[in-house]
Design a binder for this molecule. Sequence first.
Ligand code: UDX
Length: 460
Amino acid sequence: MKISVIGTGYVGLVTGATLADIGHEVMCVDVDVQKVEQMKQAISPIYEPGLGDLMARNIAAKRLNFTSDPQSGFKEAEVIYIAVGTPENEDGSANLTYIEQAAKDIADHIENDIVIVVKSTVPVGTNHKIKQLVEAAVKGRARIAVVSNPEFLKEGSAIQDTFYGDRIVIGSDDEPSARIVEAINEPFGVPVFHTDTRSAEMIKYASNAFLATKISFINEISNICELVGANVENVAAGMGMDSRIGHQFLKAGIGYGGSCFPKDTEALIQIAGNVNYEFELLKGVVNVNRKQQLLLIEKLNACVDSLAGKRVAVLGLAFKPKTDDMRQAASLLIIEELLKQGAEVVTFDPVATEKAKALLNPSIVYANSLEAAVEGSDAALIVTEWDEIKNADLNVFAGMKRPLVIDGRNCFGLEMVKSHAIEYHSIGRPAIFNATNKDFSGVKWSPEAERLVHWGLNTN
Ligand code: UDX
């Protein structure tokens, strides 16, 4: 089919490239002229494993094209995908400016009947509004159908998620158009769930809110584990064996970030609020996440008298590994707080450094390797579980000025840590105090250690 995709962010570009790969003729339309020129040469504007190759292959096969001109972009389209952003307004609601602009562009430039597929995450009722907007503007010139087709891809595994997804949700009150979208996706071989438009819009928010709830839940359990001397990894493993619970999204850490969970949870609270419903559980999830994102600072403060003049290595900047995305990354809050408390910050991230530079205070030092970041540091905070960090030789930490490692992603097994001369704090697991070769006179004893003594678990 001849398909146009509006917006070339994560969702739009991955959608365009994968649809081209299964044989459709795809035209991606974006207002950013410079970005369009880059993409024409198969240069991906985002770091996403495999995306550059996928683009190159389909550009060469003439199935994938890019333009900044909506007129030529929509001219031949039988189906137009909307994949523009819906960022967060100050009150947490979804900002629909780009959606409205896309609807206007479609109405201005289409010549034939069209099926509009909405990939963007939009509040319940927006698909209907888009239909009304476009219909009013085309004044009977063409027949308009709108189909909700929410996106469930994860950054870092977006292509894999598209080809091997759990389901494709197609929401429409117009049966023939829903069948067209099903036929477009058929080569992916992913199970299709058909439903009404409003339910499809809700499935997206409910899914993200549920996954965020799982994360905040296990994070609270991890905080309790620390207080009672349990190990959250064992707890999660045992819970996950119950097929009703499952193993996924039970990894305790420093909270969820990224472009979806923080924005979509806030938006769902707003959506409920607009119909006078207080989503109490989700408000709790959001509050727990806010606190969890600063947990490393709390743990660090418990280990040192003051951070003034201390050199702290922040390991990992992106909100998760395999992406350079810094949106709602815990590193931003952590670094801001470290600076506020007078620390000197040196960071290492294998991919996100360039994006981070545009956002962070100019005083930050960017190291080229983990070794360079921790050398001479008084503490190391692990923020993102990159392989480069998970596979690090722990002896590197032992050589720090003070070998204090606070790991927000449980990158290392406790047994392995025990054979190294470091003080190691992680999430929901007993702390390890092995830095016996260092003089810590004047160093505050951490309350975590006291708790472990209380439980008889501190063997040092
Ligand atoms: C998420 C959804 O998974 C995806 O379906 C949706 O389309 C967009 O939002 P993404 O934001 O790319 O995808 O990343 P994801 O892997 O889901 O992680 C989100 C955040 O949760 C990250 O900060 C990650 O570190 C955190 N997380 C995830 C945990 O803390 N623990 C977990 O067990 C899983």
